[in-house]
Design a protein around this ligand. Sequence first.
Ligand code: FAD
Ligand code: UDP
Length: 371
Amino acid sequence: MFDYLIVGAGFAGSVLAERLASEGNKKILIIDKREHIAGNAYDYYNNDGILIHKYGPHIFHTNSKEVFEYLGQFTPWRPYEHKVLGSVDGQLVPIPINLNTINQLYGLNLNSSEVEDFFASRAEKVAGVKTSEDVVVSKVGRELYEKFFRGYTRKMWDLDPSELDASVTARVPTRTNRDDRYFTDTYQAMPLHGYTQMFQKMLSHPNIKVMLNTDYKEIIDFIPYHNLIFTGPVDEYFNYCYGKLPYRSLEFKFETIDQEVFQPTGTVNYPNDQLYTRITDFKYLTGQKHPKTAVVYEFPKAEGDPYYPVPRPENAELYKKYQQLASSMTNTYFVGRLATYKYYNMDQVVAQALTTFKKIMQGQPETYING
Ligand code: FAD
Ligand code: UDP
């Protein structure tokens, strides 16, 4: 008899497996329908011996000391601050938009306070910032919005920014200084030997059994367990009884390039042209030394593996119905990006899983549901 059956061996499932096994002394069976652990953070060496991320570039960053130190038990870190350029008007300019972006794009020589005035003179008054369009036009005006955000967002989500919650484009700030890092979090680092090795360590506890290539529906009726932790799509769990929750998918195209580096930064975004949104050159992320490099192109798609919840009011409404159903269940916990339908980064999923663990250990009502 397992104490916990955990569906999904990504961050949500693996953190809970590790905590419940080593701190809670529980017996765990963790399963995944894929042939590997680590969920969307899975990385591996390609045929040319270059470390790549199977489900697109994963860059770790967090402001949480607790999350950083927790994961640090399972991996040494390699400091890495991600940089992104955007291909706009025939130039490669820093993203997020900063002082250098504006000077380079318009051939100006503004200082920080002048660029602040530049933004203010173009910003549109928006009563109540609600959408992803509002966020940007209210800060930098319509022209920069169109150059950097409208096309990228339409391509990525197949929706206009005016149809998406403000939180989506608010992920990318605007700066009046020259800081050209994509993230400004306190802790920015990559697992030195890759994500998969870190997950292997997390799941190496003798109380944890791992079963791969297995959809939970194939075994759920035959495996004896007390509690279930589900980290897959919440609508799938309930057989889409209220209809499908929209998720955005991607197709990844990988290439090995016979040169040491392919492009000047880890990622280059293509807001306005090309069918892909961005190209990432993996060796910047991993720090690997190799005479060749490997890149990935990301092509957004409607169908395919569910990668991104789509943040907009009608989807939040639909999710609420599933959440209510989920919270009525006993001994069943829904955790992670797909199970709680939240556009979460890795560190947020780890934090959510650690919180769930604490609540389980405090003996919260069995019907507790994370969300
Ligand atoms: P997942 O990693 O999706 O794990 C869920 C697991 O459940 C999967 O392995 C799946 O196979 C399994 N599963 C689902 N259904 C079943 C079933 N029926 N039976 C058995 N198993 C099942 N975050 C960052 O912090 N930084 C980044 O740079 C970053 N880049 C990203 C880039 C892309 C392209 C994507 C898609 C995401 C990115 N993220 C990034 C987000 C990050 O991937 C997630 O926050 C994190 O991986 C979510 O972990 P999870 O455990 O909730 O879900
Ligand atoms: N975005 C954009 N232009 C850019 C970068 C981002 O319009 O050059 C918008 C787009 O809607 C994107 C969102 O901001 O989906 C969040 O970007 P982020 O880089 O955080 O996306 P992720 O890495 O999660 O795919």
